[in-house]
Each structure stands twice: as C-alpha cells, then as structure tokens.
Design a protein around this ligand. Structure first.
Ligand code: ASP
Length: 316
C-alpha cells in the first residue's frame, strides 16, 4: 500500500480557536500537500521524493510555522530547521538555524546527497545552500503579520513559545490565539520503502541559536524500513531528551511492539509523564499509519492507495 501522511503541528488546537474560514484554510493547505506528495508516490516516485514534495507545499504556505510562515526569533529574524531521512539505507540530511532559504527541506536533501555530512548549521549551512544553487528569499518573504504580532507581545521578555500554544514556557502570557505549526511528512512507496521529514521555524522569541528536536535525527525525525518512519511536533526540548522518534523505532525493533503500541507508549506515556506536549505521525513499510498526540489537537492528513484521503485537526 502506498501512503502519504503529514502534520502541520500539534498543540492547543480546539474548535474554540478555529473559525470556519481557518478550518477551510487548513483543510486546503493540508490537502494540497497530501496531493503533491501522493502524486509522487502514484507515479512510482520514492518515499523520500514524496516527503520532500509534500513538505515544500507546506513550507510555501504562510499558515504553517516552516519556510515562509516561520516564527520570529528574539532578534526579529527567522531561523529554520529541517531534516530528511531515508528508511532503506538510513541516509539522512539536516539543517539548523538557516536563514533566507526558501525551502529548508530541499537544503536538508542537498546535505544528505551532496555534503558528505548529516547536519549543517547557521552560516555554514547558508554557504552550502548558495553553493548548491538553492533558491533564497528576502526577509520580507518570511514576514507575516500574525507571527509578528505574536512576537511583539513577548519580545521584551525572556519568554519563548510554541506558536500554537496558549501558554508560554516560562509563565502566562496575554490571551493569544496561536494556531500555526511545524510541518512534517512520512511516506511509504510502491517498493515498500519509507522516509520521514520535518521542517520548522522553531519557537517564537527563541534565542542563543536554540535548536529543537525537528532537525535532530532520532529525536524529531527518523526512518528505518525495518521499523517505521516518524516526524514529530511539539515542545522540542522534551522530544530531544526522550529521543522520541528513535525510541518508537527501538520499541518495535527490540521490544516487539506494533507501530501503534510503540507510538502510544512514547507519546501517551513516556513523554507525557515528563510533561512533554505534542505528537507524531508514523508509517511502516506495509503502508500502515498512526497519528498520535497528547495535546488537544494536531493538524494532520493521510492519503493512501486504499482510498483513504482525509484531514483533521482536533482530538480523537
Ligand atoms: N518541535 C518544534 C521545536 O521544538 C516545534 C513544533 O513542533 O512546533 O522546535
């Protein structure tokens, strides 16, 4: 079975923060990305190509916190993280803290295929983007009024926040309406190979070069044909400490758990008892998929060759 699964962030996503127009926007955005990724799979493309194609569409859509819609850092700029991993050969590429790269997920692909490394960061990653001829964009391309307002509210404080959470991470902030998120995709192709990718602007008002789980292989992103492909979203510090994506894979490989059992164990139990909020999407080499989150909601979608084609946002 070929399958494309994606997320657009997990957090405090409830009917109370979404109006009908926003629901339409998210539905359209998620569906466009599902279609882009799925059409790659339907034409016998690889899982890796499908994941990249779906994420590019999400990065280009300003409603998501990745690429064009990335949140503002403490300094009022955009620093983006992304990673890709291929389950058939365990090849991986990641970038952290890159600026003005239109599609960080494409840069992660270039790192994987042409750098001889797995992870590049900051100025060096930007230099590599130039060398590989990737498309760059001016700061104005990344400007978004909602994100800007969100940042202005906390820029003079030490607070930082997930963009779709009502509380910040060091106390209470004014009543805001956060509704955007990190993006990710996982896929299973016609050859039974799987892949995962994640892309994010991180957290509003982040500083000191903070990097979350998304670009860290094993924490926010992981793929291995023998077990699963995973993309996470949520409070990155907890996902890093829990090595979430690899833990799901290990529970399957060494613990004999099913995909669903392993996801439930990590997100619903191990992460939750630490106070870590968020979720993940997963697929295995048979094309079975799992959505799993311990937050109120997660923007998500799935399309497969058994006729499933759906998007959702709220709790199960
Ligand atoms: N996990 C991301 C980070 O901590 C944020 C998110 O998923 O929205 O950078």
């Amino acid at each position: 079975m070929i399958t494309l699964v994606l997320h657009g962030g997990a957090g405090n996503i409830t009917p109370a923060i979404m109006n009908a127009e926003q629901e339409r926007q998210y539905s359209r955005g998620l569906q466009a990305a599902l279609d882009a990724g799925y059409s790659v799979l339907a034409k016998e493309g690889t899982a890796l190509q499908a994941v990249e194609a779906a994420i590019v569409v999400l990065e280009d859509n300003p409603i998501f916190n990745a690429g064009r819609g990335s949140v503002f850092t403490k300094k009022g700029v955009h620093e983006m993280d992304a990673a890709l991993m291929n389950g058939s050969n365990l090849m991986a590429g990641a970038v952290a803290g890159v600026r003005n790269v239109k599609n960080p997920i494409r840069l992660a692909r270039e790192v994987m295929l042409h750098s001889g490394h797995v992870m590049l960061s900051g100025n060096g990653a930007n230099e590599f983007a130039l060398k590989q001829g990737l498309e760059l964009a001016h700061d104005e391309y990344f400007f978004n009024q909602d994100r800007y307002d969100q940042w202005v509210e906390i820029r003079d404080s030490d607070f930082y926040q997930l963009d779709h959470k009502e509380d910040n991470l060091k106390g209470t902030i004014p009543n805001t309406d956060f509704k955007f998120g990190t993006v990710g995709a996982v896929a299973c192709d016609a050859q039974g190979h799987i892949a995962a990718g994640t892309s994010t602007g991180g957290m509003t008002n982040k500083r000191f070069g903070r990097i979350g789980d998304s670009p860290v292989i094993g924490a926010g992103t992981y793929a291995n044909d023998r077990t699963c492909a995973i993309s996470c979203t949520g409070h990155g510090e907890f996902f890093l400490r829990r090595v979430v994506a690899y833990d799901v894979s290990c529970l399957m490989e060494y613990g004999g758990m099913s995909l669903q059992q392993a996801c439930d164990k990590v997100i619903g139990d191990k992460l939750k008892v630490m106070g870590g909020e968020g979720g993940l999407i997963a697929v295995n080499a048979q094309g079975a998929h799992v959505f799993c989150f311990n937050s109120a909601g997660m923007y998500r979608g799935v399309r497969n060759s058994e006729g499933v084609n759906e998007v959702a946002y709220y709790g199960l």
